[in-house]
Design a protein around this ligand. Structure first.
Ligand code: PEP
Ligand code: MN
Length: 337
């Protein structure tokens, strides 16, 4: 249910609507746009739509919501959400580049990568301390020691960082270091993790589950949003299809579809989509052309020795060359960098 208030309605009128909804046990979020206030309500009381909302002072119209996700939808909030990661803005007319190693391995590996990607123009650093691996014997990440190294790199190079969190029990730990938390593809439907990241204040990157429809994905975002955290960036990272030539199939169509359905920014991960280094630049360029909110790219100083995802990592020099092309393309489609 969405209640659209009249322009310049009084705070008391808003309060009266909120109280009435609360008395019905609804979950409420208020979108205070430039044009007008919209009150979104989810939950209990199937008779909600039968109440004479439009008879209440200050109410322009009451709209029953057909789409199952409410708060993350464009119907609820027309303006783009701008997500703030440290001092960096993601969303709106801006194209943001996040880069760094897939996993933090050593101080030297991280610092060499960070120095180069920042010099080339990345404004947010990536580097995971907890890695979801198919084999339980593969490198699982450095855990807290990895987060400490990321925090040291932030100091040294002056950029905020994003790191993955795998377990609800680690949310507080990762949030105490990172500027942004990431929920990866394997955890997109882990509702206890989504709720936990929704309860803490750091912005969240939500990757698309590799078998998730766009609707499933927006439901997952809604789960975070309704817990109170509205700073969410969606990341398209490729889906499983019958095609085996690439690690996943980048669903570039998802970008304009999500932009139509939701006010949340959507970025593209060309590294995990393609899974091969030769695919990263073309897919990254497609992400600019389609006017997504940015890209996240795996970079490693020696991909042949990488402990995780070496085959898709770019050398710092290749990343710098990609950045030159990204800047030109962004200008051509009126995106700021
Ligand atoms: C990652 O970004 O390192 C990662 C594990 O990605 P995904 O969850 O998309 O596989
Ligand atoms: Mn990876």
């Amino acid at each position: 249910m969405m209640i659209v208030m009249e322009r310049f309605c009084s705070p008391e009128a808003v309060e009266a609507v909120v109280e009435r909804l609360e008395s019905r046990g609804c979950d409420i979020h208020i979108s205070d746009g430039q044009e007008r206030i919209v009150i979104g309500a989810m939950g209990a009381g199937t008779d909600l739509e039968q109440l004479p909302w439009e008879a209440m002072e200050g109410v322009e119209k009451a709209i029953p919501v057909l789409k199952p996700f409410t708060f993350v939808s464009r119907d609820f909030q027309e303006e783009d959400t701008i997500v703030r990661v440290g001092g960096v803005r993601i969303g709106g007319n801006r194209f943001t580049v996040i880069a760094g190693p897939c996993a933090v391995e050593t101080r030297d590996q991280l610092f060499r990568t960070a120095e180069q990607v920042v010099k080339a123009g990345a404004t947010v650093l990536r580097g995971d301390a907890f890695k979801p691996r198919t084999s339980p014997y593969a490198f699982q990440g450095l855990a807290e020691a990895g987060l400490e190294l990321m925090a040291a790199a932030r100091e040294e190079f002056g950029v905020p960082f994003v790191a993955e969190v795998l377990d609800p029990r680690d949310v507080a730990l990762v949030a105490s270091y990172a500027d942004m938390l990431r929920v990866g593809t394997r955890n997109m439907s882990n509702y206890s993790l989504l709720a936990e990241v929704g309860k803490q204040p750091k912005p969240v990157q939500l990757k698309r589950g590799f078998t998730a429809t766009i609707e499933d994905w927006l439901h997952a975002a809604e789960t975070i949003y309704k817990e109170g955290n509205h700073q969410i960036v969606l990341v398209e990272r490729g889906i499983r299809t019958f095609e085996t030539a690439a690690r996943n199939t980048l669903d570039i169509t998802a970008v304009p579809v999500v932009q139509r359905l939701s006010h949340l920014p959507i970025m593209v991960d060309p590294s995990h989509s393609g899974g091969h280094h030769y695919l990263v630049a073309p897919l990254a360029q497609a992400a600019v052309a389609v006017r997504s909110s940015g890209i996240m790219v795996d970079v490693h100083p020696s991909p042949d020795t990488a402990l995780v995802d070496g085959s898709q990592a770019l050398l710092p020099s290749d990343f710098a060359a990609l950045m030159d092309r990204v800047r030109k393309l962004a200008a051509a489609v009126d995106l700021e960098m």
